[in-house]
Design a protein around this ligand. Structure first.
Ligand SMILES: Nc1ncnc2c1ncn2[C@@H]1O[C@H](COP(=O)(O)OP(=O)(O)OP(=O)(O)O)[C@@H](O)[C@H]1O
Ligand SMILES: [Mg+2]
Length: 389
């Protein structure tokens, strides 16, 4: 899969900007604050239906403007697909001139992986970061997962509300039953995913590091379960925790609180891995995801590195390039192009390009298209679990 061209209007610091990309990708060079991350954010928007930096849509609108629009042409298996996103209070997303109304529909089209400097949080920060990595990864591989997550989230919100009332036992039992049955399905999806993911992750890490440090990734649940009876064991745990839940007025058991444990040579990476090892591990996590996606869709995801390779030693980054360059379109954003001289990619000088785009304005036909798109706004994003830790 690759992106061929992009057009931006009023997106972040870009007024009117267009660019055609080469097949292999490029190194996007420019000083701090010029708009490198913003450009990567625009490319990734199509894959997730929202900002990968978790910004709200109104924050993406250029200061003092009312709307933003991004359009792009992607090629997959020799077929071109056009995508457009426009936003003014509501957003509309169009693929090949057809409206897309739900994130689950969008996930099936584009495979793009963004490597952020903040990815290190997957390892060092709270379980929420790891769950979020896991869930987003599963959305990309098992498309049915998002629907079950949505249902679980609804049940969770209503069950939490129940604890604030004088409920009847039968009422709670009904919610327990639903929570456990959907929760068991979520855990089952996650285990299925990890079973396939773990060996790929191990192999990827070995290739990057050039040695055979053993990397493991384990699912950590709030309760002990037998894989064949997750629902039964979940229900038992809910019974045990009833008094505590009543006191706290929220659900304290379930996949919305679970975690991943990553170990290197048997020890948790959070405590024992070096800075460079941690960086290699998070890169390996995402490259392993790219391979999982390739296995299930037969297309190679586009990879966007937001200056995330600079910390790797020369051997590690050379290993990485050998692993990726043949198949993937790769973008690397950096203020220091000398860090990447060993990458055989064209250089895109963003400052020059922004200058060239300076006097461009939107054509009347483009404004008409935008107006039509805004009339057809409405898009349902992925579920957000209530904060409960
Ligand atoms: N909604 C917006 N409207 C206008 N400008 C914005 C908007 N949001 C962010 N910016 C500007 O975009 C610039 C940041 O761009 P970006 O993060 O892409 O820089 P960068 O090239 O990645 O820099 P670095 O090398 O430091 O990572 C900032 O100057 C910021 O003020
Ligand atoms: Mg940046």
């Amino acid at each position: 899969m690759r992106i061929k061209s992009i057009k931006l209007n009023n997106f972040r610091n870009y007024e009117t900007f267009s660019f055609e990309f080469s097949k292999e990708g490029c190194i996007i060079v420019g000083k701090n604050g010029i708009g490198k991350t913003n450009l990567l954010e625009a490319i990734t928007y199509f894959a997730y239906g929202k900002s990968i930096l978790n910004s709200r849509d109104n924050e993406l609108v250029r200061f003092n403007e009312k709307f933003f629009r991004i359009s792009a042409l992607f090629e997959n298996h020799q077929v071109d697909n056009s995508f457009a996103i426009s936003y003014q209070n509501v957003k509309s997303i169009k693929v090949n001139d057809m409206w897309v109304k739900k994130i689950s529909e969008l996930y099936q089209y584009l495979q793009i992986i963004y490597f952020s400097p903040d990815d290190i949080n997957i390892i060092i920060n709270t379980p929420k970061n790891r769950r979020s990595f896991l869930d987003l990864s599963i959305y990309k591989v098992f498309w049915g997962y998002i629907e079950i997550m949505k249902m679980y989230q609804n049940v969770l919100v209503q069950r939490n509300a129940l604890f604030k009332t004088d409920y009847h036992k039968a009422e709670k039992n009904a919610w327990d039953e639903q929570l456990a049955s959907m929760g068991a399905e979520i855990i089952d999806y996650r285990l299925k995913f990890l079973e396939r993911f773990a060996p790929i992750f191990q192999k990827t890490y070995e290739t990057i590091s050039g040695n055979s440090e053993k990397i493991e990734i384990e699912y950590i649940s709030q309760f002990k379960f037998d894989h064949k009876h997750i629902k039964r064991d979940f229900l038992n745990e809910l019974k045990k925790k009833e008094d505590r839940e009543k006191f706290l007025q929220r659900t304290i058991v379930g996949p919305h609180l679970d975690d991943l444990l990553i170990k290197i040579n048997g020890n948790p990476v959070i405590m024992y891995a070096s800075q460079g090892q941690k960086r290699s591990i998070v890169i390996a996590l995402k490259i392993a995801l790219a391979e999982m996606i390739y296995k299930s869709t037969s297309s190679f995801p586009i990879l966007l590195f937001d200056d995330t390779l600079a910390e790797l030693d020369k051997d590690r980054s050379r290993n990485l390039i050998e692993l990726l360059a043949k198949n993937h379109q790769i973008f690397i954003a950096t203020p220091n192009k000398e860090h990447y001289t060993h990458f055989n990619l064209p250089i895109l000088n963003l400052e020059e390009l922004i200058d060239e785009n300076k006097n461009k304005v939107m054509q009347d036909t483009q404004i008409e298209t935008l107006e039509k798109e805004l009339e057809n706004g409405g898009f349902e994003e992925e579920p957000q679990m209530p904060e409960a830790e």
